[in-house]
Write a protein that binds this ligand. Structure first.
Ligand SMILES: Cc1cc2nc3c(=O)[nH]c(=O)nc-3n(C[C@H](O)[C@H](O)[C@H](O)COP(=O)(O)OP(=O)(O)OC[C@H]3O[C@@H](n4cnc5c(N)ncnc54)[C@H](O)[C@@H]3O)c2cc1C
Length: 600
């Protein structure tokens, strides 16, 4: 049996960061086992705008949820990357830094030493933020919004969209200014609130996707102490001894239709993502005894927290028909040969145009609008304390999220805009991107940043090939629907305020599911018909004290086992307030340092 120092399960976003850093020492032998394939040469992976074409293909696990009671029993799908680079190979590239408050909340939850101050260096170690050109700075409204220029110096290349002909970004920023949500803080140090145009993980020189496989793996793939096997699905972790002296010593995996085993002399590191890291643990006998025994899996460590605490921010929104003469990218979505030819020509000749950009044009992190007035603040206070008060059975993280909802300096929603139609009501990411209407649109979506509803993901059998049973339980906490409805209601203001309103066709069309709403209850009904995942699941192997729902401690070691850690999105005890890939990279960088220091 081959022996490595470290075996990493999953060569995704986090797995490749840890593999790169651990193999910096030529004496350390590292093995990465990745179930998906290597798509480094795949043009649709490399093309930033190519991601919708990757969904529901062999590059996407394409999980299915249980019927979502809070969303009219709709059954939905969840994309997750099945590729070297994992979800960073198929994501939509937006790269934003989370709020300091949401990272500090990790420490408040009992994770001493995991706060903004300690994690910030790892954000800067994992990416390099490229300054926009002077012309772009003006167009994107980015003056004075970069505080850490030159501070970031990591492998992921992050750049700003250059779209000088588009009227949308400027109009977005000016409209939010008028509504009292002018930009405050800095976009790269966790203090951003208000409207801006976000950067993306796109290499500014090549205008290609900058992701884990390209930046953390490809440059070091010749290291003789680093072995990466693709098409290798881990079926279980191998152990020696019994709890409490249980030790992880290797893995069993399926490769080329054969079951193989390799040994790890130091550690097994789980990086299979928020949906499948708990699956790997459960298949290996770490989880709820009730679940494991029902599938005949011997219990090695009883911990009912594995696979629980699942948090996933949802989105909904409205598409608005644009005024005549305003250009959008709907033609690409409809597959019109003329639009595709023009975009490809721009991309190939001058590396410009929509193919080289992330889908999202602008975002805005906002508190609920009600906090702008005295009466509104009273209303939200009552909502939190009288209508939906905290219960003793609430998960621990509610205690830190609830005060943030009433804080006007924090955001509870993230609004974002892109210049194309969205097919709200679809139950899949691919369906959402379907462009069926012949007119052109701009879409404004809202994402609920820290939902109080939690779900779970567990194995559905003892067969590693079976998909896990996934239930997000979206909107089952009543406060989520109330907050989400208020964020969606703000769309009425944005789209009737100058200069944004001038970009819209008066009495123009809306997306098919839209019907004018008369009040919050109508908005809630619309959300139940249209909301879906924004593909940021976290917290299923939470870093928390075990009695508060934890699976790993602050050293990321799995409770009750030696030599076994988890290093991916599943350890985040609370979703960071932003798109989350930046935090996944930062956590993985820090995990690598923690592991290295354990062997010094
Ligand atoms: C469609 C989509 C769009 C997104 N858009 C954005 C965005 O614009 N901005 C942003 O910040 N975030 C975005 N995200 C989220 C972000 O990409 C993820 O949160 C992040 O990449 C997760 O990293 P991870 O390491 O936890 O998991 P992953 O990157 O998913 O890695 C897990 C890896 O483990 C492998 N694996 C699983 N089980 C096994 C097994 N048993 N054996 C071997 N290998 C296994 C998987 O194939 C995968 O490669 C998006 C995600 C998706 C799916």
């Amino acid at each position: 049996m081959a022996i490595f120092d470290f075996i990493i399960i999953g060569g995704g976003t986090s797995g490749l960061v840890v593999a790169n850093r651990l193999s910096e020492n030529p004496e350390t032998k590292v093995l990465v086992l990745e179930a998906g394939d290597n798509y480094l040469e795949n043009q649709f992976v490399n093309l930033p705008a190519g991601w919708p074409t990757l969904l529901e293909t062999g590059k996407d696990w394409d999980f299915t949820t249980a019927p979502q009671k809070g969303l009219n029993d709709r059954v939905m799908t969840l994309p997750q990357g099945k590729a070297l680079g994992g979800s960073s190979a198929i994501n939509s590239c937006v790269f934003t830094i989370p709020s300091q408050a949401s990272i500090n909340a990790w420490a408040s939850l009992g994770n001493v030493g995991w706060d903004w101050k300690t994690l910030a260096p790892y954000f800067y170690k994992s990416h390099t933020l490229h300054k926009p050109s002077d012309a772009d700075v003006e167009q994107l409204g980015l003056y004075n919004k970069l505080s850490t220029e030159g501070k970031s110096s990591g492998p992921i290349q992050v750049s700003f969209p250059s779209d000088l002909n588009s009227p949308f970004q400027k109009a977005w920023n000016e409209t939010f200014d008028k509504l009292g949500y002018g930009f405050k803080g800095n976009i790269d140090n966790g203090t951003a609130v208000g409207a801006y145009s976000p950067p993306a993980a796109i290499d500014p020189t090549t205008k290609t996707r900058s992701y884990a496989a390209k930046t953390y793996y490809e440059p070091v793939k010749e290291r003789t102490n680093l072995t990466v096997v693709t098409g290798a699905a881990v079926t279980k972790i191998l152990f020696e001894g019994e709890s409490p002296k249980l030790v992880a010593i290797g893995v069993e995996f399926a490769h080329e239709k054969t079951l193989k085993s390799y040994k790890a002399s130091k550690e097994v590191i789980v990086a299979a993502g928020a949906i499948q890291s708990p699956k790997v643990l459960e298949l290996s006998g770490i989880g709820s005894p009730n679940i494991l025994e029902s599938y005949g899996i011997p219990v090695r460590v009883a911990n009912a927290n594995v696979g629980e605490n699942l948090q996933d921010p949802i989105i909904s929104g409205v598409s608005f028909e644009v005024a005549d003469g305003i250009e959008t990218i709907d033609g690409l979505g409809r597959g019109e040969p003329e639009a595709l030819g023009k975009a490809m020509n721009e991309y190939m000749t001058t590396q410009s145009g929509p193919f080289g950009r992330a889908a999202v044009n602008s975002t805005s992190i906002l508190p609920v609008n009600e906090l702008q007035t005295e009466n509104g603040r009273e209303e939200i206070h009552k909502l939190l304390n009288t209508a939906h008060p905290a219960a003793p059975t609430d998960p621990a993280y509610h205690k830190v999220v609830r005060p943030l909802i009433e804080d006007p300096e924090q955001g509870s929603g993230l609004l974002f805009m892109y210049s194309a139609q969205a097919n709200f009501g679809a139950n899949s990411a691919k369906g959402l991107a379907l462009a069926e209407m012949p007119e052109n649109f701009v879409t404004v979506s809202a994402m609920l940043l820290n939902p109080l509803s939690t779900g779970h993901v567990h194995i559905s059998s003892a067969n590693p090939d079976d998909m896990p049973a996934l239930d997000f339980k979206y909107l089952t906490h009543p406060l989520d629907a109330d907050l989400m409805a208020r964020h969606i209601q703000l769309l009425d203001k944005i789209t009737t305020t100058e200069p944004f309103v001038s970009l819209l066709k008066p009495n123009g069309k809306r997306n098919k599911m839209y019907a004018p709403w008369k009040g919050l209850e109508d908005v809630k009904q619309y959300i139940r018909k249209t909301a879906l995942s924004n593909w940021h699941p976290v917290a299923t192997c939470s870093m928390l004290p075990k009695e508060n729902g934890g699976v790993v401690g602050t050293d990321l070691v799995v409770y009750g086992v030696k030599n076994l850690r988890v290093v991916d999105a599943s350890i985040m005890p609370l979703s960071p307030r932003s798109n989350i890939q930046s935090a996944v990279y930062a956590v993985a960088e820090r995990a690598a340092d923690i592991i290295k220091s354990a062997y010094q």
